[in-house]
Design a protein around this ligand. Structure first.
Ligand SMILES: [Ca+2]
Length: 347
């Protein structure tokens, strides 16, 4: 009897556990059936210059991917410290590997860098941070991932737009459908572009009619460079620099603290100080990490903001306009510092 009721409780638990699991993690949250949803999507796709043939081929045998739903619902909270993040993302092996990759791809990097106006090391820095120099760009079927996220009710509008654009990419023949792979959330190719970014910034460098950000290195590099350029990159400048604060660092930090409401990339820019010219930082007692004077910049519009990613006791960095271009790629100070520090190593 005791055994039976225990068994009953266990069964009840596993039943509840199972249904909670299913509801929270696996089943897309949409009362409409996936097949009915697809019929409506097809109508929309056909209105957006996607042929029936392209649509049917892209969706042949496609069902929502439970793994994508699970990943989307359970993205880990960002708990890494700055030092943990940097030691993992700008590891010695990534630096070493990057130096090899830069040499191997010197010709393409050079010509792209010259033409678009972004220094090679930053192109390589993003390439390294995003996909470990193209060695891992995600093995998920882009259409399936985006269809799953568009069908699910968490962020349907955003992902539906991305899905239609992904179908446009197939329609225009930029990539072989079998190679149309990306991250679980639909970021594609060696620079991890979302489909909307693909149409806004991807670059057909070798002019073969395809923006091949999956396999063509010149297109990959040019697309990354073009993204930065279109977000205000200044080719004659760098990202910023590590600095030394004056003895009264606390007084300085209080004085320069951001007081205005940040309008974009709030997650990262809320932790930036107000922007000042290099002369103003110099006057406030900030110096290079070697203790020398900050470089003077003639352009009065050139300003820098201070960040301390590990808190008030950690390293301090002055960040320039190019740092904000990197933030437009991924709105995270850790990420932008990762790219910047990796770029320094690949110089
Ligand atoms: Ca091309």
């Amino acid at each position: 009897m005791i055994k039976n009721s225990l068994l009953g409780i266990l069964l009840l638990f596993s039943f509840l556990g199972g249904s909670v699991w299913a509801k929270e993690r696996i089943v897309p949250d949409n009362p409409q059936s996936f097949s009915d949803w697809l019929i409506e999507l097809k109508v929309e796709a056909l209105k957006n210059d996607i042929s029936e043939t392209t649509f049917d081929a892209a969706f042949a045998g496609i069902e929502p991917n439970p793994k994508v739903i699970k990943l989307d619902r359970h993205q880990p909270e960002f708990t890494q410290t700055y030092f943990q993040y940097i030691s993992k993302r700008v590891s010695q092996s990534r630096i070493k590997n990057g130096k090899i990759k830069v040499v191997e791809n010197a010709d393409s990097l050079n010509i792209v860098s010259e033409k678009i106006g972004v220094q090679q090391r930053f192109i390589a820095g993003i390439w390294g941070m995003e996909t470990n120099y193209g060695s891992y760009s995600g093995g998920y079927n882009v259409i399936r991932s985006l269809a799953t996220l568009a069908y699910d009710m968490r962020r349907p509008t955003y992902f539906r737009t991305q899905l239609i654009k992904a179908l446009n990419i197939l329609q225009e023949g930029h990539v072989n459908p079998d190679d149309f792979k990306g991250s679980w959330a639909g970021a594609m190719g060696q620079g991890q572009f979302m489909p909307s970014s693909f149409f806004a910034y991807a670059y057909d460098f070798d002019k073969d009619g395809k923006k091949d950000i999956w396999n063509n290195k010149a297109d990959v590099f040019a697309s990354i460079a073009n993204y930065l350029k279109e977000h205000g990159w200044q080719s004659e400048r760098t990202w910023g620099r590590q600095v030394m604060l004056p003895d009264d660092a606390k007084g300085l930090l209080d004085k320069v603290r951001q007081t205005e409401k940040v309008k974009y990339c709030r997650r990262a820019l809320k932790d930036h100080s107000k922007q000042y010219t290099m002369e103003e930082w110099q006057d406030m007692g900030v110096r290079t990490i070697y203790g020398s004077d900050l470089p003077t910049v003639a352009d009065p519009a050139f300003k820098a903001s201070l960040i301390m990613p590990a808190g008030a006791d950690g390293p301090a960095f002055l960040t320039y306009k190019n740092f904000r271009a990197i933030l437009s790629y991924n709105c995270s100070n850790f990420y932008a510092l990762g790219v910047s520090l990796l770029a320094e190593e690949l110089k």
